[in-house]
Design a protein. Structure first.
Length: 194
């Protein structure tokens, strides 16, 4: 499969810095709320297209659109309301282990890996409730598990604690229930037969 190497704006071709680590940096930049929208856009243009892209002020809008499409591997953006179940930085260890388990290579140890290859491999890691499943997808499945499906309070608490132990730090909210709230929940469970 041929992956994109250049972006074309009018008659001008810009070489894309296609290594997956650059795309991960761009992802981190795009989520950094400490810098303004213009600075984020310029930083991403610079990371992907270098000084040549940064110097092409007339092409900024087109390069921004190309960057968004490139970083999403040509796919539609997911719904912004969905809570992420993975973070490239926080889950690096799980990603490494999963790539090693499924593909017998660690992308972080390779000198170069195209973003599209990394993204495709990441999205095709083993994920099966019946059979083998890589560690990253086991963690993601646990993060997404709906606790309301568990009727037994002890089992629900056990799974809740497991979910908490693998929760993404930037989305983790510590919820402390009072003794009265816990007792009310138990009474409610008894009333509805759980």
């Amino acid at each position: 499969m041929k992956y994109p190497e250049y972006a074309k704006v009018g008659d001008k071709k810009y070489k894309i810095n296609t290594d997956f680590r650059v795309a991960l940096e761009c992802s981190k930049i795009s989520q950094d709320t400490t810098i303004g929208n213009t600075e984020r856009t310029l930083a991403i243009i610079y990371k992907l297209f270098g000084k040549e892209g940064l110097d092409a002020t007339n092409d900024y809008e087109a390069l921004k659109d190309i960057a968004i499409k490139y970083l999403n591997c040509g796919k539609e953006l997911p719904n912004g309301n969905d809570k992420p179940d993975m973070d490239y930085e926080e889950d690096e260890g799980y990603i490494r282990s999963s790539f090693q388990y499924d593909y017998k290579y660690d992308p972080y140890e390779q000198e170069y890996c195209h973003w599209f290859k990394f993204f495709n491999d990441l999205n095709n890691l083993s994920n099966s409730e019946m059979g083998s499943c890589c560690v990253l997808n086991r963690v993601r499945n646990l993060r997404n598990y709906d606790l309301s499906k568990i009727k037994d309070p002890k089992e629900r608490e056990k799974i809740r604690k497991a979910k908490e132990s693998v929760a993404l730090k930037k989305y983790k909210k510590e919820v402390k229930l009072t003794q009265q709230q816990l007792e009310s929940m138990e009474r409610l469970n008894e009333l509805v037969g759980l």
